[in-house]
Write a protein that binds this ligand. Structure first.
Ligand code: MN3
Length: 200
């Protein structure tokens, strides 16, 4: 049985960038629903009881057909939100450092150029989904490469053999109460609460 993870901070901890009401509904209702529906789907297949969330997502094509879509949506939703909460801290580290900073500079030119490209990707996402900074490893050379991608719905990069580094929830439920239809303002506020010291 999967469980809703507790947040390490209060619902109002990200004010004024992300408001307390949005955080409360997002965590206690939306995220909880993904967990509940994931468990309901897995109830039908006790043979998967010892699969971790990581197993379910990286081996999504081995999940029985009758619950695969549910695991894709709700397992993805559970993983994506769990990662998202961990990245947020108003008083965190505002810029990447070390090897990751070097990779970002090498790939995108500069941190500002990376932010601009990520922002444009999130602005261009049609409908509901996520914008990601991911790492892909070339099967031939073994070289690690950074890339910005969008995924639809709750699809998680792990389902495509990609490693998520940061993820931004671009569903309207993540920002509508405070930012209404102004996704650009929400993305701007996201940069204020993204804590690079939490990025693994
Ligand atoms: Mn969400």
């Amino acid at each position: 049985m999967f469980e809703l993870p507790k947040l390490s901070y209060a619902y109002d901890a990200l004010e004024p960038f992300i408001d307390a009401k949005t955080m409360e509904i997002h965590h206690s209702k939306h995220h909880q629903t993904y967990v509940t529906k994931l468990n309901e789907a897995l109830d039908k297949h006790p043979e998967l009881a010892d699969w971790s969330l990581m197993d379910l997502l990286t081996k999504i094509n081995d999940v029985p057909q009758d619950i695969r879509k549910a695991v894709q949506n709700h397992g993805g939703g559970h993983y994506n939100h769990t990662l998202f909460w961990l990245l947020l801290n108003k008083d965190g580290q505002k810029q990447p450092s070390g090897e990751l900073a070097e990779s970002i500079n090498a790939t995108f030119g500069s941190y500002d150029a990376f932010k601009e490209q990520f922002t444009n990707s999130a602005l261009g996402l049609f409908g509901s989904g996520w914008t990601w900074l991911i790492e892909v490893r070339s099967q031939e050379s073994g070289v690690r490469k950074l890339q910005i991608i969008n995924t639809a719905n709750q699809d998680c990069p792990l389902m495509n053999g990609q490693t998520p580094i940061i993820g931004l929830d671009v569903w309207a439920h993540a920002y509508y109460l405070k930012h209404q239809n102004k996704r650009a303002d929400y993305i701007k506020d996201f940069w204020e609460v993204l804590d690079w010291s939490s990025v693994k």
